[in-house]
Write a protein that binds this ligand. Structure first.
Ligand code: ADP
Length: 636
């Protein structure tokens, strides 16, 4: 750098006793005191930048003493990068006063930002320069947070605006420019009404009373108008700003564009409306944030009376505390296990205080802001009434069934006694014990006897049926020799087979298979199967056999009754074991029967832990198999 060398007033040339040089001049004494009292550094410089005089403040700034500083040149103490600007400051022709921010180097090391202002000074015909140097370190430090804040405000995607108490816009950030379409230049100085719609929401930002009281408003959802006239949904936060004296001088307003969220909410609302149930969505604080119209009509409250209120208002007071605990519990659990739902039966309460049973399904709903809980509520009054009626009917039915069982048991008994007499006495007559009878009488008495026997069989079946169905048939379990039972059955049915000219074969099987069962019931089942085989076979044979499979621990014993009779159609086979079912034309018209035999046999078999199965080919014959389990566990 070049410092202009000019002639210097010799009186100001420093000497080792520089101070004294000044002190000799009495006229300058007051100025010297004044300069010394300054809080800034003060210098008198020659035109080439040599320090002719300085106050102690400057000496302290550079970390030195007056004597050491005087005589040095200022450029030596300024950072080289700032030399050009310093030269400009020391230029005699520069407009006055000249100012600049430079970096002062301290001889001991370190630098400080300083503000320098200079003026030329004429003493006699000599020119020199006065410089005042201010340390701006603190000012810069104080400015830093403000600058930060300003940068944040500028970068914010939210619109941040400040207005004075009269509603005049004072600041307008880039977010506001983007959101409302007005540039800062256009907006600043205008009333905030620039963006408030004429009706409904106008003047909210000023809200003088609240702002006056220092109230902070948050999350207020409203509408504002853009420069292009379009309405936008915004969420608004409003905070008063105080001056140094603590007075509220302006209001800071932050607007957030919630149009996207609104649209999503509207879409969600339309989905909720199409749901068959009442929907209530609540936030973490158990406040209702969304409802559908089904919920409005179910609880007798309109949307305005629901949104923002606690969900507990929908529950009778006595259950509220329990519900709060449940709600919090659900939140805790669901926060970790999202997307699971829970069903609960609760009681709901309408605005008029009437209560009704509800079924509530809770499911978590993840949103950008929070985890919400969606309760889908169904009024189950009808179901309760239906269940109650059903319960009542069941009671009645049970009572009726018991009455029927009692009746059947009593009637069967009452009917059997005279029938036995009829069968017995017709037998005596047929045996001609009282005296001779003619052929016609014999035929007619035979008919009476067979009808009476048939009637007795039906009554016996009915009696068994009622005993089984009322659970009164207790099997009497004992070890039984299976081959022996089958032989007895063959003997019993043999006369019937003979009567029908049928061969009844008992095939040799395993000699002594013992199973624990009820002998009487087992015989009854087998008699039914064998009698049927004989009844439904015109020619050929009925074959009885016994099979034993498995080891000693688990042995399956099969009683097989095979005939060469009329057979059963595949479609009829499934119906065979239903009560009162008689299949095939021949069976229904030719043979007597109640259609109860197989049904009862199957019921009795399952009572003994067994099962009857059938294989049959229509027109060729049938094979009925009774499989019994010989293990004591199965038989018990
Ligand atoms: P029912 O008292 O009428 O014989 P079941 O329950 O014993 O009643 O039999 C029901 C029906 O199953 C019979 O009516 C008959 O049509 C058919 N059925 C039973 N066993 C045989 C068989 N061995 N061969 C052909 N049809 C049979």
């Amino acid at each position: 750098m070049t410092i202009h060398r000019r002639d210097v007033d010799t009186r100001l040339i420093p000497t080792p006793e520089g101070e004294r040089v000044f002190a000799h001049n009495e006229d300058e004494q007051p100025y010297r005191v004044l300069i010394e009292a300054m809080t800034e550094g003060a210098l008198v410089l020659s035109l080439d930048g040599t320090i002719l005089y300085c106050n102690s403040r400057f000496a302290t700034m550079v970390g030195s003493s007056l004597q050491k500083v005087i005589g040095h040149t200022l450029p030596d103490m300024i950072a080289p990068a700032d030399h050009a600007r310093l030269t400009a400051l020391l230029d005699m022709n520069a407009p006055e006063p000249a100012r600049a921010e430079l970096t002062l180097l301290r001889p001991g090391g370190g630098a400080m930002p300083v503000h320098i202002s200079t003026r030329t000074m004429q003493i006699g015909d000599r020119s020199s320069i006065c410089a005042v140097i201010t340390d701006v370190t603190e000012v810069e430090a104080a400015m830093e947070p403000r600058l930060h804040l300003a940068a944040i405000v500028e970068l914010s995607t939210d619109a941040i605006v400040s207005v004075n108490s009269g509603g005049v816009i004072l600041t307008w950030n880039r977010g506001a420019e983007r959101l409302f379409g007005y540039s800062a230049k256009e907006a600043i100085g205008q009333s905030i009404h620039l963006i408030t719609p004429l009706e409904g929401h106008a003047g909210l930002e000023q809200s003088p009373e609240e702002v006056g009281r220092g109230v902070i408003t948050e999350g207020l959802e409203t509408v504002r108008i853009r420069k292009d006239g379009r309405q936008i949904d915004v969420s608004l936060a409003l905070s008063p700003m105080r001056d140094r004296l603590g007075r509220i001088s302006r209001t800071c307003i932050i607007y957030r564009d919630i149009s996207v969220r609104r649209r999503a909410q509207e879409r969600l609302q339309s989905v909720l409306e199409s749901a068959p149930d009442a929907i209530v969505v609540a936030n973490r604080k158990s406040r209702i944030v969304l409802v559908n119209s089904q919920a409005e009509s179910m609880f007798g409250r309109n949307r305005e009376q629901l949104i923002g209120r606690r969900v507990e208002i929908l529950i009778p007071e006595r259950h509220r505390e329990r519900h709060q605990g449940y709600f919090r519990g659900y939140y805790r659990e669901r926060a970790s296990v999202a997307s699971t739902s829970a069903v609960r039966e609760l009681t709901g309460v309408r605005a008029d205080g009437t209560e009704f049973p509800v079924e509530v399904t809770l499911s978590p709903v993840e949103t950008e802001e929070d985890l919400l809980i969606c309760a889908s509520v169904r009024d189950v009054t009808d179901r309760y009434v239906f269940q109650e009626t059903l319960r009542e009917k069941n009671h009645q039915l049970e009572a009726a069934l018991q009455a029927k069982d009692r009746f059947l048991a009593a009637m069967s008994h009452e009917l059997r006694t005279p029938l036995t007499a009829i069968i017995g006495f017709t037998g005596i007559l047929l045996m001609k014990i009282p005296g001779p009878i003619n052929e016609a009488q014999q035929r007619q008495l035979g008919l009476v006897q067979s009808s009476a026997k048939h009637l007795l069989a039906i009554i016996n079946d009915l009696l068994d049926l009622s005993r089984i169905e009322s659970g009164n048939m207790e099997p009497n379990l004992k070890p039984v020799n299976a081959a022996e039972v089958l032989e007895e059955v063959a003997h019993t049915v043999h006369p019937l087979a003979e009567q029908n000219n049928l061969q009844l074969d008992l095939l040799a099987g395993p000699p002594s298979v013992i199973l624990v069962t009820d002998r009487r019931l087992l015989s009854q089942i087998l008699i039914n199967l064998v009698s049927n085989a004989v009844k439904f076979t015109e020619k050929g044979a009925v074959r009885l056999s016994l099979e034993s499979h498995g080891n000693n621990g688990h042995r399956a014993i099969r009683f097989v009754v095979a005939d060469t009779g009329i057979g059963i159609r595949a479609e009829d086979q499934a119906k065979l074991f239903k009560e009162f079912s008689r299949v095939g034309e021949k069976a229904t018209c030719r043979e007597e029967g109640s259609g109860l035999g197989l049904y009862l046999s199957q019921r009795m078999a399952s009572l003994l832990g067994g099962r009857i199965t059938v294989e049959s080919e229509y027109g060729k014959g049938s094979t009925f198999t009774l499989t019994m389990n010989s293990s004591p566990a199965a038989a018990s």
